[in-house]
Design a protein around this ligand. Structure first.
Ligand SMILES: Nc1ncnc2c1ncn2[C@@H]1O[C@H](COP(=O)(O)OP(=O)(O)OP(=O)(O)O)[C@@H](O)[C@H]1O
Ligand SMILES: [Mg+2]
Length: 369
């Protein structure tokens, strides 16, 4: 699978742009703030119908405008597919595959696997558990339709249950009969989702370890532990026994929305004790393992977006990562760099077709060195 071209209209700092890509390596060079990351983000949009950076679609419409479109042609094992994403402020986002409107975004997610590596985004490690759940949920949703459906249902019931609890606090009375059907759904879905998360981590951890060793080049022992109460034998009773707490806090305090994934190096949480370099290596290993898992499940190489890696990694780690690229472990690659000469020097050693693009204030042109 690869992206043949992209067309942008009023997307972030691009008034209008059209770019033809190489099916191997594409490198975007240009000054800070020129639009390199925005172009990667547009590719992310086509694959997953959302930005990798902004949760709010509104922020991606060019300032002073009221809509954006991103479209592009993919090659899927020799078949061409046009994806078009249109968002107008205040309206529902539209997605078209070969001109046909897709009602449910869930029908699109998973079709075009993509992995983005931005070594700076260590908030996956340092922030709260929500970031980590989102990372693993995104991955599982792209691979398993049933997981995606269950997550959508879970969010729905959780929202309804929380709204009901708010009503109870207004009237000052907990009504077990009213809340019982929601409890049943949340308990049952929590058990099933937690089982899937648990078995996924079992598959994922050895691959993560392998990549961490490659990138860091050392023998630190890393582990990832899935923490949940939903697989406790008496989870059901525990869930019901904390209704008093739910009542006081006006929300549901148990369920898979409270789970966490704990990352450790040599037995200590990397969040508290990992150096910056270790954290960056860990983020890269998490993403490369994601790539590997997608490839195995989808039987195709995901698109790989590498944002600013040359800037943020030391020479040893860049060399190891580039060795993976040179060994043709990846499919289509998009790389950004603010320093053209450096990326040229690094990429020239690789035996692949490389297209360089110069980005200047939302304009793209071929850069022929
Ligand atoms: N909705 C928007 N409308 C117009 N411009 C926007 C919008 N959102 C972001 N921008 C602009 O896009 C530019 C940033 O683009 P981007 O992050 O792609 O830069 P970059 O080339 O990756 O820079 P760096 O090398 O610093 O990472 C900024 O100038 C920002 O003001
Ligand atoms: Mg950038």
């Amino acid at each position: 699978m690869y992206l043949k071209n992209i067309r942008l209209l009023q997307f972030k700092n691009y008034p209008k742009a059209e770019v033809q890509f190489s099916k191997d390596i594409n490198c975007f060079v240009g000054l800070n703030g020129s639009g390199k990351t925005n172009l990667l983000d547009a590719i992310h949009y086509l694959c997953l119908t959302k930005s990798a950076i902004n949760g709010l679609d509104n922020l991606n419409i060019q300032h002073e405008k009221d809509f954006f479109t991103v479209s592009g042609d993919f090659d899927l094992e020799g078949k061409s597919m046009e994806i078009r994403c249109v968002f107008e402020s205040g309206k529902k986002k539209q997605l078209l595959q070969n001109g046909k409107a897709i009602d449910k975004m869930s029908e699109h997610i998973g079709l075009l696997p993509v992995v983005i590596i931005a070594p700076d985004d260590t908030q996956l490690i340092t922030d709260g558990s929500e970031e980590r759940r989102r990372f693993f949920d995104n991955m599982l949703c792209q691979m398993h339709k049933e997981y995606l459906d269950q997550m959508v249902r879970y969010q729905h019931f959780l929202k309804q249950r929380n709204a009901l609890i708010k009503q109870f606090t207004e009237t000052g009375k907990w009504n077990s009969d009213f809340i019982e059907p929601y409890d049943r759904e949340i308990i049952q879905l929590s058990k099933s989702i937690a089982e899937k998360r648990k078995s996924f981590i079992k598959e994922y951890e050895p691959i993560l370890k392998e990549y961490y060793d490659i990138i860091s080049g050392n023998q630190e022992a890393i582990t990832i532990t899935y923490e949940t109460l939903c697989l406790n034998e008496n989870f059901e009773e525990e869930f019901k026994s904390i209704s008093q707490k739910d009542f006081i806090m006006k929300r549901t305090n148990m369920g898979i929305h409270k789970d966490d994934f704990v990352f450790e190096i040599n037995g200590y949480p990397i969040k508290k004790f990992g150096s910056q370099g270790q954290q960056k290596s860990f983020v890269i290993a998490l993403k490369l393992a994601q790539f590997q898992i997608f490839q195995a499940h989808k039987k195709t190489k995901p698109i790989l977006l590498l944002d600013d890696i040359f800037d943020k990694l030391d020479d040893g780690r860049i060399e190891k990562l580039m060795k993976l690229v040179a060994d043709h472990q990846f499919g289509q690659l998009f790389i950004t760099d603010a320093r053209p000469e450096r990326s040229k020097e690094i990429l020239e050693k690789i035996d692949s077709e490389i297209n360089f693009f110069l980005i200047e204030k939302g304009k793209v042109s071929a850069w022929n060195q």
